[in-house]
Design a protein around this ligand. Sequence first.
Ligand code: ATP
Length: 499
Amino acid sequence: MEDQMNDYILTLENITKEYPGVTALNDVTISFEKGKIHALVGENGAGKSTLIKLLTGAIDKTSGKIFYKGEELKNNSPIKSLDRKIIPVYQELNMIPTLSVYDNIFYGHEMTKGIALDKKYMREKTSELLKQVGLKVSPKTKARELGVGNQQLVEIAKALIKDVDVLILDEPTTSLTDIETENLFGIIRNLKKRGISIIYISHRLDEVLQLSDTITVLRDGEVVDTRPSYAFDEEHLIKSMVGRNLSRSTRNKEKTVKNEKVLELRNVSTDQVKNISFHLLKGEILGIAGLMGSGRTELAEAIFGRDKITSGEIFVNGELKKINSPKDAVDEHMAFITEDRKTLGLMLDLSVLENVTYASLKKVTTNGTIDKDEEKQVVEEILERLNVKYASLDEKVLNLSGGNQQKVVIAKWLLTNASILIFDEPTQGIDVGSKEEIYGILRKLAKEGKSIILVSSENEEIMNITDRVLVMSNGEIASEYKSEALTADTLFKDSARLL
Ligand SMILES: Nc1ncnc2c1ncn2[C@@H]1O[C@H](COP(=O)(O)OP(=O)(O)OP(=O)(O)O)[C@@H](O)[C@H]1O
C-alpha cells in the first residue's frame, strides 16, 4: 500500500454504503491517480453520486477505508473536505443570480482590508481566475447575465481559488452546447497538466472516452471494470454498464403518422418566441431542435399554457382553443414532461407510488374509489419497463438517484390518458440502456395514435426518434425537415441561422 500512495492521491478500499433496504455501494475499491482524469460511469442508481457524497463528506460510509494523500481519511465532513481541497462542481449550479461574478466566487470567504471588503483584490483575483478558465467577462457581470455554460466555468474558477487538488465534475456538459463542451474539455486538460486530479461523471460515453485517462464502471453498487480509456470502446463500455449487449436505435423507418392535425399553431408569439406556425399530426413525433436559449423550451411552455401568448392562435383537433394555463392544456388532453424535475415534475417528499399515480388516478379508479392493488400493479409494470431502481413503492422520491427521479416523471405522464405529449429533454441524465427503453416507449405511443413533441439537444435522438423536425433559432422556427433528410451538419448550421 505504501508504494502506491505515491502515485494515487485517493484510494477507496472495500467501501460499502448501506441505506435502509438498499446497498448503494458494495465492497468498492478504486484508486485515483494524481494528475489524471478518472471517469465514473454506470446506469442510473449504480452508486456514482453516493461515492462522490462519501468523498466530499456529505454522508458516511458503512464500512471500508478511504486514503487521501497517503493518510486514512477519518471524520470527513463537507467543510473538512473543502479544506482538504477536494471540491465538487455539481450539475445544478449554485450561483446567486443577482450577485456579480466576483461576489459569487468569494461568497462565504470574502476578503477584507481593515473592516471593509477588499473589492479591488477580489476583482483582480477573479479576473486572473476567469482567464485560467478562458472566460472573457468582467468580474462585475451579474451571474444572471451568464449562460449555463459560463456559469459552469465560474463554478470551476471558484474551485481554483481554493487551490483544488481533486476536482469532481458531475455531468458538467449536460446543459452545454458542443462548442462550450469543447472549451470545457480544453480547460479540464489544462487543469490536469497542472497536476490537478479530476473525477468525471457522465452518461455521455463518447465524451468520457475522449477525455479521460481511466474509466471505472459501476453496476448495482459494485465495480465491474476499471481500465485505461484506450482499452475501452463504446460498445464494450455499454456492455459493462448494462451487463448485456444493447441494440442502439437507428433512424425510425416505421411510419405511424396519420394525416389528421391534432394541434396547430398559427403565428403564435410570446415574450420569448416569435411568430410560430406549425402543426402536429396524429401518431407523429415532432422534434424541436436548436441551441440552448433558442426558445425550444419556451415554445413548449407556450403550448402548455405556462407562458402568456401575446398574439396568434392555437387549434386542438381543428378547433380554436384558449390555453391560458396548464389546466386548460390538461383539459385538452395534453401532458408536459418537464426538463426541470426538481421544481416542476415531482413532489420529492411523497412516495414513488404517489408521484407516479398523481396525474393518472382515474385510470385505476372503480366507482370513485381507487383500486389499490391494481394501482400498484400498473405502477410496478411501468417502473420495471423503465428499469427504475427503488427499494419499495412507499419510498420517498427524494431518496432515488437523479436519473431514477427523471424516470419517475416520465412514468407518471406515460400513465395519463393524454393524447398530446410534450417531452422536454426526457433523457437528460438517463443512462444509455434506459434511453433506448424510453425511445421504444415513445415509438409505441405514436403507434397507438398519440402525438409527441420532443424537445431535445441530442442530435442523434432528434434524428433517430422523430418523424419531422423544427429547428429553432433566436425564438423563431428557422427551418423544418423530414427527419430522414436531416444531418447533424444542417442541424448545426440552421441552429445558428437567425443569431
Ligand atoms: N438517502 C437515500 N436513502 C435511500 N436510498 C438512497 C439514498 N440515496 C441514494 N439511495 C439509493 O442508492 C442507490 C445509488 O444511488 P446514486 O444516487 O449513488 O446513483 P447514481 O449512480 O448517482 O445514479 P444517477 O445516474 O441516476 O445519478 C440508488 O438505488 C438510490 O436509490
